[in-house]
Design a protein around this ligand. Sequence first.
Ligand code: WTA
Length: 640
Amino acid sequence: MAEETKVRTYEPPEEFARDANVDDASIYEEAEQDYEGFWAERAREMHWFREWDRVLDWDPPEAQWFVGGKLNVAYNCLDYQVEQGRGDKTAILWEGDEPGDSRTFTYSELKSEVERFANVLKGLGVEKGDPVAIYLPMIPELPIAMLACARIGAPHSVVFGAFSADSLRDRINDCVAKVLVTADGGPRGGKVTPLKANADEALEDTPSIESVVVAQRSGEDVDMAEGRDRYWNDLMDEADAECPAEEMDSEDILYILYSSGSTGKPKGIVHTTGGYLTQVKATTKWVLDVKEDDVFWCQADIGWVTGHSYLVYGPLSNGATTVQFEGTPSYPGPDRHWDVIERNGVTIYYSAPTVIRAFMKQGTEPIEKHDLSSLRLLGTVGEPINPRAWEWYHENIGKGRCPIVDTWWQTETGGIMISPLPGLTTTKPGSATRPFPGIFVDIYDEDDNPIEGAGKGNLVITKPWPGMLRTIYKDPERFRKTYWERLGDKYFVEDGAERDEDGYYTITGRIDDVMNVSGHRIGTMEVESALVSHKAVVESAVIGRHDEDKGQAIVAYVILEGDREGSEDLIKELKDQVRKAIGPHARPEEIIFTPDLPKTRSGKIMRRVLRGVAEGEDDLGDVSTLADPSVVDDLKEARS
Ligand code: WTA
């Protein structure tokens, strides 16, 4: 982070520290001495039908947490909250795409909806252990469907609503779901995504699907296949009201969530029940400092892990009020987020660097129109936040009074791993600071030796943690190879990081072939395979170029077949091809036609060179290992 010249630090404001959920620094030491005991204490704050026999069984790379324990995640998020007197408290505060369009559910109401929908699923033949695919926009039916799955022990696989028909098809087929839950269409930013039409395209090639449930949101006409497709409301009307929660084993699967890796095929990340909820609940309480009177807004889409953990399971298992927002930051105006905060009295706002940088660009006028005094804590996740954006966030949104928690974690980790505790930690802009108590991380050099003291290298997690992924769905070998082959019993993160003299960690970005575009993980190979499936393309290489707003922008180098010439039309076709194969968020920003790619003598593409060219650098470093160094000039010319 070149811009960081001065390091200013920020103490937790006194008033905040006084009331914070954690205010005793000795917890770090306690957790270090006995991390199993520490996590067991957190787990005891939840509801268990049966307590565990052992906290942890660790047979690398296989971990089991709270062995023999029985619980239900939906019970913890609903029944247990009602039992504690929160029946009439708002659980979900939903705000639609159009300002003023809102729906709220108390804990009792949410419980009723979930029980009924759980019976709908059962009626469609879903049994404990059967995966259910969910392809919904950001409407309350989405958390309801997830919690209904959790209630009956059916693992859910939520597919982000902006994913294409092809992506949906592959995800359904990988987990062999019998039921798909979708909607007619999803409004967002004043436009409607035709979810049912996309689903219909996917369903042409998903032999396992027997039933489709269609929630009505946008109201447009959709095709309903006789005998297969039914409307959500009709099924709910017919369903019984009561559905007891299944007693799930701590290690039963809660969900599968697909995430990009360094091959073309996304990984089905598997999370289980007891350990996952323990970590997610504890970090929501300690890092996001959620309390009884808070209105907590995690503005991630539920289609990503952040929405799973911190819009649904974390806040609800803590009995909090969680905001679910359907729209975008810029519709109908650039002040929409501030309007949502003001009207709903949001107290905690958990956002992403890419969103903050977009706000920075607009200046402070949209903010000044609104009263943001309800806010008391700010958060960020998804990619490194540059110190300038951090400072801007602190000053303009937090008005200098709200601490910022920069939280580092991954789909694989399930919950927050490195972050300040807002009432305790002195923060430094740009740094995620220290591992959460009971989490152990380190930095290793290229030869896989731990680095002492301050230094820069590869981030490693050295001990198992409760929310860790248990495997890659139906591919334990890929699980072992991706994360454990390199270090045996330590988890190789595939992020670079720097540790300073105070032991603070700053994450520098991915070290594998995964791009981070506006906080979304996209594999270079996924985009490459989409491109080469076009008949004009012989070969392609995709890289993420640095981008001020999005973190990274996708640049694709493409070799065309025979003597075919590149054209504006072809560029559009290729961009659309990627959009169709993956989704709009993966559409390349730039396509560069080139006669050749920079390869080493062993045939490996030197992405460093491609990145240098895309970023307009004159000095591309040492290119002597290239099989044909003259390629570099061709590339520079192709881009100009
Ligand atoms: C990056 C999102 C820097 C990182 C929860 C990680 C971050 C990847 C931060 C996971 C942060 C996430 N600072 N980088 N605070 N948070 N990342 O699976 O590269 O969508 O490996 O999970 O995002 O992305 P994922």
